[in-house]
Design a protein around this ligand. Sequence first.
Ligand SMILES: [Fe+2]
Length: 257
Amino acid sequence: MFEDTITDIIKKAREGLGLSLRTLADQTGIPVSEIQKIEEGKTPPKEKLLDALGLSPFKFDSVRKNAFMPAKIPEIIKKNLRLKTLEISTGGIVSNAYILIHEHYALLVDSVGASENDVHFLSNEGFEPLFLLITHGHFDHIGGIERVQASYPNIRIIHGGKDVPCDTRYETDGFSIDAIRTPGHTEDSVSYFVNDAIAFVGDTIFARSIGRPNYSLESLLKNIREKIFILNDSVILAPGHGPLTTVGEEKKYNPFF
Ligand SMILES: [Fe+2]
């Protein structure tokens, strides 16, 4: 159901903190062999291990028990605003791409162009895509840019941090887009907050987890706290992998916070 299992969560936290198994064992007094078993999901983690990894024991446990599943989010997310979630498969990885529709205008997010059918859907329905918003430059999020560009030569492409040196607002027919810099998963990661209703967060935050902190765990967590969690609790978060969620749910149940 969720993108990450509890073992993914533990590994991301440990690797993000730059801790080897040995160092973590020394810090916590838990033997390396037991930490390995915990990471393989064979033994439930002790509270002192979660503390050392900066994970909330209560929230972690709620993920482990699947205690709070993400709320179902309807396709019509707000009056005149329809969200289509696409699952795109690239090189064995499934990632989300999105089409947000207002009247006959559309915003595209990430690899929409990787699927010929989805580009045909836009033309068949007579939608006019105004922007292609790229959350970050990983291969599973930039598929089919050329196809989109060839079909819609006037579309404006915002290529993550390359085109967004600082937080910027774009206004266009029916959409207001706040491009918010959220480095952490990658240096170029950008989240797009649209019409006060939905934020396309790429691999910054997932339902109950975070993206792999390849650039910096510290920066990733700080950006989520200071730039995502300040949005209204009802704002939908549309991640690059896994199910949709909301700001309120992640504040309550994401073990990294
Ligand atoms: Fe990524």
